[in-house]
Design a binder for this molecule. Structure first.
Ligand SMILES: [Zn+2]
Length: 443
């Protein structure tokens, strides 16, 4: 059995035998009880607690990410866990932790934490990095450094996609997460005032523009303003880049991205460009879990120019000839006041796409994902998106057709500077993607 399913299977078997599976939300709450509000430790907490609980029933574990092994008599040992019956792995951990304080035996060291191992830290770095559609060089350099040790080879294609191969033989799977973010480009300078007009790079929402700050590639900070009575169309807005002597600090032709720091509120992440930097995080963390071990031939593509027409995914799919395509991207949520009617909600788990205007997910792909979630106890929900699409709809049209699906992260306030996701959902997406790829694929 591949390493990664040993890990999740072991956890689920213990949870089931304890008779009371615990939701991600409850895990978070208990995690907070243990470690306070230091959310940077969220992943470490999961690993630590699982390891402690496994150790308590005599299961041998290796302190290396994604490679938990069971001793041959593990089944019998897991039965003993049932007798413990304290209601769940986390509550047992609390008890063991108190006991540990009184013992002289030193705890084993934490698993090594490679750079970016903290999902929040990595997310913050990626969302705050500048990279509007067509200008992804800075974000690409960061991701390339992050994945260098996690791939067998990496290269750039002619359009600028970063492709990372992991494994060889078996099914060829293309996993696409787009690096670009929505932005704009100054295209006209008003002759009298000098204010800049602009065109969009991706889908800007005029109702969210007024007062927003943007940064041009040359570093200039601009303020978007609406004309009096305006605000319905992009032509109603202008950008103020005036310096102290009345001239302009930048000129037409310069691209710009939005500026906003990432913040957290409990298990919620609020940031610009979670579309689709959080998808990049999911892909990177899945690569980290796999640690180059897979029976499949995986191509992780960090794509360019998704927001202006799925362009990067097209060239990636055309050149790689995959058997299967998976996009990892954000989707909307139906849990807002006056929001569109949609089943997806924050905190409901990984969203498995069924349909959007650009993609009818083949039943075999959808069921493959659902069955993996059911087998591993990964929380999931079905996604039916009424507007928008993802790289998967471009991948499906390559060659003679590529069966494609999408793992989506539920998101509020899409295409604004305060997109909002839930860490539990992000973890579920990482769990699902890595488990799908760690196993042989039969469709
Ligand atoms: Zn997207």
């Amino acid at each position: 059995m591949p390493q990664n399913t040993q890990y999740t299977d072991a956890i689920m078997r213990i949870l089931n035998q304890a008779g009371e599976p615990i939701s991600d939300g409850e895990m978070m709450r208990l995690g907070e009880e243990i470690y306070g509000e230091d959310w940077k430790k969220v992943n470490l907490i999961r690993l630590k607690c699982i390891r402690t609980a496994l150790r308590s029933v005599g299961v041998v574990t290796h302190p290396k990410r994604g490679s938990w092994g069971l001793t041959p008599d593990a089944a019998a040992q897991l039965d003993r866990w049932k007798a413990v019956g304290e209601g769940g792995i986390w509550r047992e951990h609390l008890r063991l932790r108190d006991e540990e304080k009184q013992t002289i035996e030193p705890a084993p060291p934490d698993p090594p934490q490679p750079r970016g191992a903290s999902i929040l830290e990595l997310t913050k770095t990626l969302v705050e990095t500048w990279g509007p559609s067509g200008y992804e060089h800075r974000i690409r350099d960061l991701i390339r450094e992050e994945v260098a040790a996690l791939a067998d080879e990496t290269w750039l294609d002619g359009l600028g996609n970063l492709i990372c191969r992991v494994g060889s033989g078996g099914k060829k799977v293309l996993i696409a997460a787009h690096m670009d973010e929505i932005g704009l480009m100054a295209n006209y300078q008003e002759p009298e005032s000098g204010y800049l007009r602009f065109t969009n790079l991706g889908g800007l929402r005029p109702d969210t523009l007024n007062g927003n700050r943007v940064q041009f590639e040359d570093g200039t900070v601009g303020v978007i303003a609406a004309q009096e009575g305006g605000g319905q169309a992009l032509s109603d807005f202008y950008i103020d880049v005036q310096n102290e002597i009345g001239g302009n600090a930048t000129a037409v032709g310069q691209p710009a991205g939005f500026m906003r720091e990432m913040q957290t509120r409990g298990a919620r992440i609020v940031a610009k460009s979670l579309d689709d930097r959080i998808g990049c995080v999911v892909a990177i963390e899945a690569m980290r879990r796999l640690n180059k071990s897979t029976p499949n031939e995986l191509y992780f593509a960090f794509t360019v120019q998704e927001e202006v027409g799925l362009r990067g995914a097209k060239t990636a799919a055309q050149s790689l000839h995959p058997d299967i395509g998976i996009a990892v991207d954000v989707t909307g949520s139906g849990d807002q006041i006056r929001g569109r009617k949609m089943q997806v909600r924050l905190g409901g788990g990984a969203a498995i796409k069924v349909h959007d205007p650009g993609l009818v997910v083949p039943v075999a792909i959808k069921n493959w994902m659902i069955e993996r979630c059911e087998a591993d106890g990964i929380p999931y929900q079905l996604e039916l998106l009424a507007g928008g699409t993802t790289d998967a709809s471009a991948i499906q049209l390559a060659d003679a057709g590529v069966p494609s699906g999408c793992i989506s992260i539920p998101t509020r306030y899409l295409h604004t500077t305060s997109e909002t996701v839930d860490i539990g959902d992000v973890n579920a997406c990482i769990d699902l993607l890595s488990a799908l790829l760690a196993n042989p694929i039969e469709l």
